[in-house]
Design a binder for this molecule. Structure first.
Ligand SMILES: [Zn+2]
Length: 288
């Protein structure tokens, strides 16, 4: 928020309050047994929700449910036409699976958003684009056989970084083969490497047009992140945001929902996410 204000952008955005997601909404993506499990562990408030990455704490259910609720508020704003683009900094928890927590992610707001778009709005073909340093494994495997979830993910090679997945050969299963694009980059990859991978993302999105774009813009792919090894600058994030707006407009719907994702260097978070919001504001939407 301070960076947004420093760049004079705070007056150009409308802030919207989040809400808690309902159990039924969480169960659009997650198994009821897992939703129950988080609720129980949230009362007890100790230990881990997975093998040791994702801690349980008192109120974790409400905290994680509010992230999902915030993303659903953004979906509602875009689908009602109240907003042309939306950005939810806390969102983009792309490691959570349908039946389990992983990598600091309790509930998958991105997964619930996809299921809600389908059930509540009849939006079938949805694009999910992810430039967080980590592979979006929770989203990839949940929709691996779903040809209507168009997936494109630029990330640090899984041989060098958690979660270890996202090889180029992983392109979807069954009828969905080819709808998933995984682009692992070597440690140290910079903006030039990003831009060349990005051209492939654009070709992929052109091959599989969609009616809504989810954009997980993790800031941990910037140089200086303490737990990853990519070396992008915020110009990568701005470029992706700008191009996704242009693509969404060209596809006739204009809907881009940005989700903050990871990032463990706070200065980088401020830079990357403000660059995304700035690009959203600069890319004037087509009138709908
Ligand atoms: Zn990450």
């Amino acid at each position: 928020m301070r960076e947004l204000a420093a760049q004079g952008l705070d007056g150009a955005v409308r802030l919207v309050a989040p809400r808690m997601a309902s159990d039924a909404e969480l169960a659009l993506f997650h198994t009821p047994a897992y939703v129950d499990f988080v609720q129980r562990r949230s009362v007890r408030g100790d230990g881990f929700l997975d093998g040791g990455d994702t801690p349980a704490f008192k109120g974790v259910f409400e905290a994680a449910g509010s992230v999902v609720g915030a993303t659903l508020v953004a979906v509602e704003a875009l689908m009602s036409g109240a907003a042309a683009r939306a950005f939810v900094p806390i969102a983009g928890l792309h490691h959570a699976a349908r039946a389990g927590a992983a990598g600091f992610c309790v509930f998958s707001d991105c997964g619930v958003a996809v299921e809600s778009l389908r059930r509540d709005y009849g939006v079938r073909r949805i694009a999910y684009v992810d430039i967080d340093a980590h592979h979006g494994d929770g989203m990839f495997y949940a929709f691996e056989e779903d040809g209507d979830l168009v997936f494109a993910d630029i990330h640090e090679d899984g041989r060098d970084l958690y979660p270890g997945t996202g090889a180029r050969s992983e392109s979807g299963r069954g009828a969905a083969v080819g709808t998933k694009l995984n682009l692992p980059l070597a440690p140290g990859a910079d903006d030039a490497a990003f831009l060349s991978a990005w051209a492939e993302v654009e070709a992929h999105l052109a091959r599989f047009p969609s009616d809504f774009i989810l954009f997980q813009c993790g800031a941990d792919s910037l140089a200086g992140d303490p737990i990853t090894h990519l070396r992008f600058t915020e110009a990568a994030h701005a470029h992706a945001a700008r191009r996704l707006c242009a693509i969404a407009d060209a596809q006739g719907h204009g809907r881009v929902l940005g989700m903050g994702g990871g990032g463990y260097n706070r200065r980088n978070l401020a830079r990357a996410w403000t660059a995304v919001v700035g690009a959203f504001l600069a890319a004037a939407p087509v009138s709908r």
